[in-house]
Design a protein around this ligand. Structure first.
Ligand code: NA7
Length: 529
């Protein structure tokens, strides 16, 4: 049976960096990746319009200064193929591919207490043994296929945005139904409408959405960034957002009405996450939140011709920003096209999928193609899909059945020598996820280095420390408006999943400093043998 010092599961942003760090440390390490190539999220999500809504100049590794200078991001927000090209370039430059096993899906992992090793099993029935197991499986990697009666009986083409055909899909002359109106749908709907003969969008919940204001990369912005990259990178590591965009500093409620309006207009002009970054109170004070919501609705009504459709598109079910904010490019204007319809599933829910199309309580919508833009089993899906068995037969899936429990989102009591990159309880998806990944990868690598230097063979999160961290994560979320939304942050999009606010909303700076203190103090909160 092959033996390793470390196995990394996944070869996206997290897995590639983890592999590189452990290689540099001189460990015998392999990455196991279910896809046929590197990229993770950016390998799978190839739907039309797929684009990162973090700005290109901040959505890349900070540890490759030469690549920072060489690489040119063509747009303010990068399309999926560009990010995938970037990750391929990284894998080539760092010569990572020889140590990645592709088309290799991990199905089980169990901890051998006597040997202090993990036995890892793949779907191809291979088994291997490792001292450290690092799950770099991504926060948004397991697609959510809703359990709609008759889904398998549909006679046309069924697509899921997160498992898009690599050869693409031609919507020309097709009658198309899109289910879902989250970020992915908002990006893909304008592009699908460009090609399709008829497009019907099935909306259960309108999402808060801001204009992306995407544009070709301004040469002066790129030049300025490249001249100052090292300082900006260093600064981004200690901001709350993990980004170079300044966050906080303005309380909307401290401004008079005219000032509020001026600031909001400025935010909308800048677009993207600038719309929520400046404010300290929008996610904590319902009054401030209501002001942003009202302003946002006003912008939608200006863009959508039919007032009844505009009303449906205005998010009302949850406070602004408490579900992942969507960034649009021409989304609202799509509903002004004669061949595009919006179905309100609150008024007329989907009752079934038939051979011919999507049936609501009102009518059958005949379609050639159904696009499921229905999201992911977020944050935990990839981990609970694997049979992970720790000490004394503890099963991770069972441990998390009533809600995720983790120390720093990086380690779980009962599961020695298992690390999770951007696991639940860490800032992960609440901030620039590449910065979040780098912080976790570096912390894990340092921790493994420390264990090796101190001749320790086992590290495990202490149960009390884990409880204290979970309490802190919950208290931090409860001080905000976030838990008011039925979001994927809460696990609320998956029937039967425990409702617990999973990511840490205390900001990267606080989190990083806390993690640093723990390491400096010899890994307090962890039991080491
Ligand atoms: P999201 O944001 O989870 O959106 C999924 C959408 O699908 C959302 O509008 C859901 O409505 C809808 N949905 C899910 N199940 C159903 C059923 N059964 N019927 C009707 N509609 C349904 O996923 P995305 O892929 O758009 O984005 C995920 C993240 O990727 C995004 O936040 C970025 O970080 C990148 P609901 O709101 O649950 O009522």
């Amino acid at each position: 049976m092959p033996q390793y010092d470390a196995i990394v599961v996944g070869a996206g942003f997290a897995g590639l960096y983890m592999l590189h760090r452990l290689q540099k440390r001189g460990l015998k390490v392999i990455a196991l990746e279910q896809g046929s190539d590197v990229g993770g999220t950016w390998y799978w999500n190839r739907y039309p319009g797929a684009r990162c809504d973090n700005e290109s100049l901040g959505y890349s590794y900070s540890f490759m200064p030469d690549l920072d200078q060489e690489w040119c991001w063509p747009e303010r927000y990068s399309e999926q193929p560009v990010i995938l090209r970037y990750l391929n370039q990284v894998a080539d430059k760092l010569e990572l591919r020889p140590d990645i096993a592709f088309d290799t899906r991990v199905s089980a992992a169990s901890f051998d207490e006597a040997a202090s090793t993990w036995t890892v099993e793949t779907q191809n029935r291979e088994t291997m043994v490792t001292r450290y197991l690092i799950m770099a499986t991504g926060c948004l990697s397991v697609p959510n296929w809703p359990d709609i009666p008759g889904r398998d009986r549909f006679g046309g083409d069924t697509l899921h945005t997160a498992q898009w055909p690599h050869e693409g899909y031609d919507f020309t002359d097709k009658t198309v139904g899109v289910i879902g109106t989250g970020s992915t749908a908002i990006q893909s709907i304008p592009q699908i409408a460009d090609q399709a003969r008829r497009l019907t969008v099935f909306q259960r919940t309108a999402n808060h959405c801001v204009p992306a204001q995407n544009c070709p990369m301004p040469s002066d912005v790129e030049a300025e960034r490249k001249a100052n990259y090292p300082e900006i990178r260093a600064k981004s590591r200690y901001t709350n957002s993990g980004d170079f965009v300044p966050q906080g500093g303005t309380a909307l409620m401290d401004l008079d009405e005219a000032e509020q309006r001026r600031v909001l207009e400025d935010c909308w002009r800048q677009g993207g996450f600038y719309t929520q970054y400046p404010f300290d109170d929008v996610l904590t004070d319902p009054r401030a939140n209501a002001i942003v919501t009202a302003f946002s609705h006003e912008q939608i009504r200006k863009r959508v011709n039919d007032p009844a459709i505009a009303d449906l598109l205005c998010a009302n079910s949850h406070p602004f920003g408490t579900k992942r904010l969507c960034a649009d490019s021409g989304y609202f204007e799509t509903y002004n096209l004669d061949h595009v319809d919006l179905v309100d599933l609150n008024a007329t829910p989907i009752t079934a999928i038939t051979h011919e199309g999507i049936k609501t309580s009102e009518q059958l919508h005949k379609v050639d193609t159904i696009v499921f833009a229905t999201g992911f089993d977020a944050m935990t899906g990839a981990l609970t899909a694997i049979d992970i068995v720790g000490r004394e037969g503890a099963v991770l899936r069972d441990k998390w059945a009533d809600g995720t429990r983790s120390l720093l989102g990086v380690a779980v009591a009962g599961f020695p020598n298992l690390f999770t990159v951007t696991g639940p309880g860490s800032p992960s998806v609440m901030i620039n996820v590449v910065t979040a990944i780098e912080q976790h990868v570096e912390w894990i690598d340092d921790c493994i280095g420390w264990l090796e230097e101190n001749s320790a063979s086992v590290i495990e999160a202490d149960a009390d420390a884990e409880n204290a961290w979970v309490d802190h994560v919950n208290e931090t979320a409860d001080a905000t408006l976030y838990p008011q939304a039925d979001s994927w942050y809460m696990g609320a999009n998956i029937p039967g999943k425990a409702r617990v606010f999973m990511p840490y909303v205390g900001g990267l700076r606080r989190f990083r400093l806390h993690c640093e203190t723990i390491a400096e103090d010899g890994y307090t909160g962890f039991n080491i043998r």
